[in-house]
Ligand binder design. Structure first.
Ligand SMILES: *Cc1c(COP(=O)(O)O)cnc(C)c1O
Ligand code: SF4
Length: 349
């Protein structure tokens, strides 16, 4: 068996390389791949069954990326909220620390496609030190989210350096890693990696699956290894047109995630990132999907549907509205559409 580094090196990086695998000439899309990098590793490539399927859409450049009429480069205002490069301090008690510019696959809908995988994202020993220093000097930061890019594309030794330095800071209570490798390159989750990670608890991992076809024996084994290392696993799914924007696909995905010991955490409304408008659904689509899930399947499988406010305003939940009237009685519908009444206590506000 090849190791993960060899698999990653065998990735295809230009649309012309797809001609060998699929009977379609998309060489014309090289301009798109020049603007926004393409990388499809052999593992993810073999999961794509046919042109235009939900996995193809996530991985293969599309002409629509350069014809985006609505979106912007940095919709979440991350650069403005960065006190030092590659560290976003938006909420009072937690920071997002970008420690890798690389991913095992470049998702076409990536929120940070303005820089991930390109020369515009410069992660150096200096930016890492500046980030650590910022955290050392801001004791209100009790949780650090390592992200990127994908932190787990770093060598084990560099990941360990970061975790060790963070653990030396008494005000940092919780470390969270955001990584898509359990889905896109599950071979990266080695027993050695897990043995190292588990020294730095409390450590959480939020991974990212978008379609049931991404749940395979390999990804299931990777998540099992992490869970056996005592690492609670969450999933941040993005609601994507033509990929997972139906109740049936979403239901399958969420239930299968629970089976591989991953708890659905967020379902994100697509951000307004330039080059991703063709993936956007209406918020009503997401709310309809949430209504089809809540009560109908295990509450453990139901994520929070959230919109990340443009301009760095933060995430807000978008929830189906079950309340019909408020007053002395709260009148609401249940998940089956039956009307219920709850008498208020009278000590109201
Ligand atoms: C999403 C995000 C977080 C984490 O938010 P949670 O709701 O705690 O998951 C932290 N910082 C930034 C900048 C974020 O975008
Ligand atoms: S893995 Fe995450 S950071 Fe990397 S390209 Fe995909 S969405 Fe972007």
């Amino acid at each position: 068996m090849k190791n993960w580094q060899d698999i990653l090196r065998a990735s295809i990086t230009s649309p012309a390389d797809l001609n060998e695998h699929f009977n379609i000439d998309i060489t014309s899309l090289s301009k798109v791949a020049a603007a926004f990098p393409m990388r499809i590793n052999p593992y993810y490539l073999q999961l794509i069954e046919k042109t235009g399927d939900p996995l193809w859409k996530q991985a293969v450049p599309d002409a629509a990326e350069l014809l985006d009429p609505v979106c912007m480069e940095d919709p979440l205002g991350e650069e403005e909220l960065s006190p030092v490069p590659n560290l976003v301090h938006k909420y009072p008690d937690r920071v997002l620390f970008l420690v890798s510019s690389q991913c095992a696959m470049y998702c076409r809908f990536c929120t940070r496609k303005r820089k991930v995988g390109t020369g515009k994202m410069s992660i150096t020993p200096e930016t890492i030190e500046a980030g650590l220093d910022y955290i050392r000097h801001h004791p209100q930061v009790r949780e650090v989210l390592l992200s990127g890019g994908d932190p787990l594309l770093l060598p084990d030794s560099q990941i360990e350096y970061l975790l060790r330095e963070l653990r030396r800071i008494p005000s940092v209570k919780v470390i969270r890693i955001g990584t898509r490798v359990p889905c896109t390159l599950p071979m990266r989750i080695t027993p050695e990696l897990v043995a190292m990670l588990k020294k730095y608890h409390p450590l959480y991992i939020n991974t990212h699956f978008n379609h049931p076809a991404e749940i395979t024996p390999e990804s299931s084994a990777a998540c099992g290894l992490l869970a056996d290392g005592g690492i609670p696993m969450g999933c941040q799914t993005v609601l994507l047109k033509g990929v997972n924007d139906t109740p049936e696909i979403m239901r399958q995905l969420l239930l299968q995630l629970l089976e591989i010991r991953v708890k659905p955490y967020y379902l994100f409304q697509t951000d307004l990132t330039y080059g991703t408008n063709h993936f956007r659904t209406s918020t009503a689509t997401g709310i309809k999907i949430m209504r089809s899930l809540i009560g109908h399947i295990s509450g453990m499988a139901v994520p929070t549907f959230a919109l990340d406010g443009p301009g760095g305003k933060g995430k807000i939940p978008l929830t189906p509205d079950y309340i019909l009237t408020r007053g002395d009685n709260l009148v609401f519908e249940n998940y089956r559409g039956e009307i219920c009444t709850y008498p208020e206590s009278g000590d109201g506000i």
